[in-house]
Design a protein around this ligand. Structure first.
Ligand code: ZN
Ligand code: ZN
Length: 77
């Protein structure tokens, strides 16, 4: 778990290119992939099942999965 190669240098997996380079942007709830440069927004309503997510946003949170269907709450913007 303490492997530096798998540490904070790697972000969330990008839904577009599936590279672990998704980084929070300066805007709250916005993310940008530094690999493919796509931008994503973290939605409060699941784009897959329509369920309202209870987003507990911790520091450096990677909790972007819907807790109902498990899908990503990120949508490309
Ligand atoms: Zn990407
Ligand atoms: Zn869902």
């Amino acid at each position: 778990m303490a492997d530096p190669a798998d540490g904070p240098s790697l972000g969330m997996e990008c839904p577009a290119c599936h590279e672990p380079w998704l980084r929070p942007s300066s805007l709250a709830g916005r993310y940008r992939c530094v690999s493919c440069l796509h931008r994503f927004e973290l939605r409060s309503v699941c784009p897959h099942c329509g369920e309202h997510g209870t987003i507990v946003r911790m520091a450096g949170s990677e909790n972007v999965a819907c807790n109902v269907c498990g899908g990503s709450m990120l949508v490309e913007v």
